[in-house]
Design a protein around this ligand. Sequence first.
Ligand code: NDP
Ligand code: 2IT
Length: 455
Amino acid sequence: MPTTNSEKKINNFIESVKAKQAHEDEFLQAVEEVAEFIIPFIEANPKYKKAKLLERMVEPERAILFRVSWLDDKNEIQTNKGFRVQFNSTLGAYKGGLRFHPSVNLSILKFLGFEQVFKNALTGLNLGGGKGGADFDPKGKSDAEVMRFCQSFMTELSKHIGANTDIPAGDIGVGAREIGYMFGQYKRLRNEFTGTLTGKGIEWGGSLLRTEATGYGLLYFVKEMMEHKGDSLKNKVVVISGSGNVAQYACEKAIEMGAKVVSFSDSDGYIYDEKGISIEKLEFVKELKNEKRGRIKEYTKKYPSTKFYKGKRPWDIKCDVALPCATQNELEEKGAKMLVKNGCKLIAEGANMPTTSEAIDIFAKNNILYAPGKASNAGGVATSGLEMTQNSLRLSWTKEKVDEELKTIMKKIHTQCVEYGKEGKKKEKIVNYLKGANIAGFVRVADAMIAQGVV
Ligand code: NDP
Ligand code: 2IT
């Protein structure tokens, strides 16, 4: 039962959001996580109260649902659901990825779009927030099927996006191949070569380091967290979930920083490599996942001294740092308890909302540093922002220049989290990153919304 005035207000707010979309569990989870910190902040800062900002922010500016019909290799007609949620354009054109996964629905895309608004604000760039995708499963499809799906999807999506309107990118199930097919179709339909998608190939408008950016950015953020408490990643044991884009480049940068990465996973289970994943072994994973589109368990065939745990998540491995990089709600209460018991000291999210609220509470109670994805995985969208800048300039920056910008952005996000999230007596050392990220992101969007009037 809520007791304080703030708790009552939070409760009433959540109930009012729930009343309008009771079945959107993931979206409600994301809203609750924000409201818990923003409502007390609004109560303490009356200028935000009058403007009814949170009430406006939980409503997407626009959500588009569309049919995507396409022909499979047997010439059978297939139909999927396509979506684009244009959440908030206060700070810039809508920006956010496209997810192709059978679980995609409006609730998942609204949670991702809502999170994206705060994340994009934290980057300091002029980016609004949005997300889209389809309940299409690229697994087991031929390249030709994926191409026909992408072309059909883009035929409708192209009516709603543009370099100054809405700029999609990749996410789960959408990588270089899918962005290529969608860019080709967009260009053909609009007869224009613009930066309407990010994550493009380097030869046709992409930015160096965009592929690596989310994973690298995550490690730059972890480095800041470590240094803030007077420690470093050297010789730390790191557990990573997922084995896709974010997981692979998180692993690469962690190795480069002197850590020992011992796991990868996919929806079938996880692999444990006690000796540590080397750059050479990582190259095998990249080829396995990106070229052959294989399963992570094949790692144990190539490296027989390692083990595959079917149907399990890697949170029972003893580690210093855990980086969930697969999907939402993959780190639950049980996993959190195991991590705490085994002495894990830091969790930073590469995925979006991988930690359940019960698991977050466990980390908070045990003083474990926990960085939410909207702060720690913002390097991907930030580098998308840098790709947009390069496209507008019609120039390509060097790897070194992009890397420098990415490092600076991640450092600034960390500084904002510390500024708004410091807690306890030794204020400068104890940081509630969730609180800091939520408030810092909110303040930037809120001030701009007030300036732009009731729209
Ligand atoms: P990929 O498609 O490249 O990889 C996804 C990985 O997560 C795969 O290993 C996949 O395994 C696993 N996975 C997906 N769904 C599930 C599930 N339901 N249960 C268990 N494992 C699952 O995606 P990304 O690496 O790009 O994205 C990973 C996470 O990072 C997502 O949460 C995404 O929103 C987030 N993110 C991505 C950014 C980017 O730039 N790409 C930027 C910021 C955040 P399997 O093959 O079995 O499906
Ligand atoms: O969740 C995310 O931030 C992404 N999938 C990247 C979005 C982007 O526009 O680069």
